[in-house]
Design a protein around this ligand. Sequence first.
Ligand code: COD
Ligand code: ATP
Length: 197
Amino acid sequence: MIVGLTGGIGSGKSAAMAVFEKLGIGCVDADVVAREVVEPGQPALSAIADHFGEDVLTEDGLLDRATLRHRIFSDPDEKRWLEGLLHPLIRTEMQRQLAAQSSPYSVLVAPLLFENDLDRGCDTSVLIDVPESVQVERVLARDGGSEEQAWAIIRQQMPREEKLKRADHVVSNMGSLAELESQLVALHKRFVAQSAS
Ligand SMILES: CC(C)(COP(=O)(O)OP(=O)(O)OC[C@H]1O[C@@H](n2cnc3c(N)ncnc32)[C@H](O)[C@@H]1O)[C@@H](O)C(=O)NCCC(=O)NCCS
Ligand SMILES: Nc1ncnc2c1ncn2[C@@H]1O[C@H](COP(=O)(O)OP(=O)(O)OP(=O)(O)O)[C@@H](O)[C@H]1O
């Protein structure tokens, strides 16, 4: 059984994943896999450098994530190009990692779960939900950067209302981290029961 966990940038997906991991549930994180497929030596990194130029590499030959972030979120064609390259690689690697899990159910954490129809391959979906203004506040507190860029990224994700309609379970993350945890523990109990039936 696979549970798809999603939410926009800064909604609290990583915080939620930490709760599932503490409960012993195997988790696969799309953002982590997205980093693995562009590690030095991976063909995708050379393809990105060929396409965008050496500016997107650091002196050590790593991907300069801030530069690439700036390029793709200000240019829809460049974003589409990057997604065309990375999404098939990310999907294959996520499937491989999910197949290796042995907990009663596993969790696939993906910011673009609905945008990319990844929920079709899951048994159920959970949305970590906060208003967009809170997403911006938390992203700025965590990463710094500009408020304008945080809004630009949010505008390029599925609108909150659509995600609320599409999710099987909605978990509000407006309260404390302890409140987030207690809602997720309740869901966990349901998932364990479901996976055994
Ligand atoms: C542009 C990159 C290098 C910026 O890296 P950075 O370290 O700043 O951000 P990180 O990867 O941690 O992503 C942070 C958040 O940005 C948002 N985000 C990332 N990529 C996208 C995208 N293509 N569309 C919409 N939102 C996105 C997500 O909410 C994600 O959780 C990176 O996000 C990337 O490689 N994106 C393309 C791959 C992708 O679509 N990843 C999303 C998971 S499948
Ligand atoms: N309930 C909460 N109360 C206060 N701060 C929170 C809460 N939940 C998460 N945060 C903080 O908000 C920030 C964003 O949370 P988190 O990193 O889990 O989001 P995310 O959805 O994984 O983000 P991204 O899409 O950028 O990867 C973090 O700094 C986190 O510590």
